[in-house]
Design a protein. Structure first.
Length: 132
């Protein structure tokens, strides 16, 4: 109904205002552009999470906690690797290699925590190879 549309519009407006106002305020406090970008990303992610929760409530769909924590755990492992690895990656080729390694690590962690099975990854790789 109308209330659902208004809720979605409110979320979108608050995220848009946050994406505009937050950088302006933070840039007055700090000149660290990475800090400001991370804050804006946090606003976007928060808005997406709130919108998803509202959509799940509206559709009356339950989301098992394992569907959330497994990809989150894999992402945190990869974030740690990138944070540690970027200090040692001197050039663009090393950063590119770090990116490839991180993607592979993400897939491996998803298999380890049983978020996906190896068969799903094989199917995805085969479909990418066929399209090339």
């Amino acid at each position: 109904g109308k209330g659902k549309v208004e809720t979605t519009a409110r979320i979108t407006v608050f995220v848009a205002i946050g994406q505009i106002a937050l950088p302006i305020m933070l840039l007055k406090l700090t000149s660290n552009i990475l800090f400001v970008a991370a804050a804006v990303m946090l606003v976007r992610v928060s808005g997406a999470i709130i919108a998803t929760i509202e959509a799940l409530k509206t559709l009356k769909i339950g989301l098992p906690i394992s569907e959330v924590w497994k990809p989150a755990a894999a992402s945190l492992v990869c974030l740690a690797v990138i944070g540690f690895g970027k200090t040692y990656a001197a050039g663009i080729f090393q950063l590119f290699g770090l990116g490839i390694f991180t993607v592979c690590l993400y897939a491996l962690v998803l298999v380890i925590v049983r978020a996906v099975d190896i068969g799903e990854i094989r199917t995805m790789v085969k479909s990418v190879i066929k399209k090339s």
